[in-house]
Design a protein around this ligand. Sequence first.
Ligand SMILES: [Zn+2]
Length: 311
Amino acid sequence: MSKTNHKFSSNRRSAIKKMGFVAGAITMSPIASATTKNINSKNRNRLLRIAHITDVHMRPEHNAPNRFKKCLADIKKHNVDFFMNGGDIIYAANYKRITRERTKEQWDIWNDLRSEFSEYEMYSCLGNHDMWWAAPDKSDPMYGKQYVVKQLKMPSTYYSFDREGWHFIILDSMNDSTISLGEIQREWLAEDLDKVSKETPILIMSHCPILSLCGVFKNGNHKDFSEITKIFYKHKDKKIHCISGHIHLVDAGVYNNVNYYVTGALSGAWWEEGDEHSAQKYWYRETPPGYAILDLFDDGTLVNTYHPHQY
Ligand SMILES: [Zn+2]
């Protein structure tokens, strides 16, 4: 999502100083609804534990690289099997004023940080801020999506894979100059879902939410949600979970038996102090900076826990 330019008011700053920081990992329990009703079931086995990091917005300012390293140390304690990067991994390359040097600087910092956890696989999707569209021409090696695909070692702009009996679909939210899969990708999604057996649970990651409550704050949901939910409805006998970011807020919902989760930004308020809407310093509105740990079970259930970080 786009950054707003509100300044953090001095009143707010002093109020927050009085409040202090929230200590420890708050369990935001965004998923304490229908999606976790089987959380205490003894008849299921966890197959995978995944770190979902999104909206990292890596930049040289505000000591962001070192603060990220501290987050990373926390995430590693969860013994995850792999990472999923929900997009907007760099601060912003998409604006017209952004130079080649600035774009490269952000990717260099990110690639440096990536080497700090290269022992983990990371599956990525494209965020709206990741692409540099201001390249002098489309044949420029740094122009657009293909450069990002290369930086993040993605097989393509959208793809799917299988792990431990789960099927994963990684979508590209940035098409038709808006938040959309576009017709070609929607057809691919429909075909990919057709190939998945009824017994195989599915986790779908996109940068922007296909459906969400918090998406209304910034008009950040997929514009083609109607078409996508129609595709999902054909597979209502399957267990489908969708996870996204982009909004910098946390929520969860269920529609037609599909679970939709939004994870807050690892960068919170883009590593800045926040604005007049921030409930606390570094927060975006009421959501602290953080990451999600996803536990995937053999019965197709998923437990999503949001872990705010203190950095
Ligand atoms: Zn975004």
